[in-house]
Design a protein around this ligand. Sequence first.
Ligand code: PGA
Length: 242
Amino acid sequence: MIVKIVENYLELSRLAASMVTKEINNCKSLVLGLATGSTPEGMYAELVKQFKAGNLDFKNVITFNLDEYVSLKPEHPQSYYYYMKRHLFDHVNISQENINIPTGCSNDLYKECYEYEMKISKAGGIGLQILGIGANGHIGFNEPAEALSVNTHLVKLADKTIEANSRFFKSPDQVPREAVTMGMGTIMHAEKIVLLASGTGKSEAIKQTLSGRLTTAVPASLLQLHRNVTVIVDREAAALII
Ligand code: PGA
């Protein structure tokens, strides 16, 4: 794992965006795995800036998002579909048919999960996967558990995640209790991974992620087995590793 410690959130966002830009510009076509949450917002703003400056072309980019809440329709302001449109897709030249986000609204979510996984495989797997990290060490919505799932699956959100994400909703009881998420295998099969963490709230999770020990209690710690992971952390998130 390569760990890059930067001064602040702006630097983190710029560095992450420059890595994505480089990857898009160096590849004929790129399968890009995307994350939501507060952390990558600055990176998306920077990517939009680069696109508007003519430095970036999404024509040959296919995206797959990590996860989506169960029961939120795409037009719900807190759905990850809506988030992606607001922060990136509405501002760049990506074709609609190249956008993939798990659906959380279906009578057969198991089938949807299987099909999502197949779609990623057919696209040739993820080339570059962007990840945030939960304060509890989750990646995507792979929550700490005795056993983790390999493929895209339905998951019950941890109480800590519901509490953390309630800041985006009017009240905690409006936060969906379940989500669909890529599995640990889906993520680990990505060719390259960039994990972003900002703020003191992530410092313990980052310490555990880089600890040299693997545990399903900290799903991100499994990234230590991957050959090409860059962890970008600001000083606050790096507080317990420096
Ligand atoms: P955050 O979420 O970027 O909003 O902190 C990250 C995550 O839960 O994976």
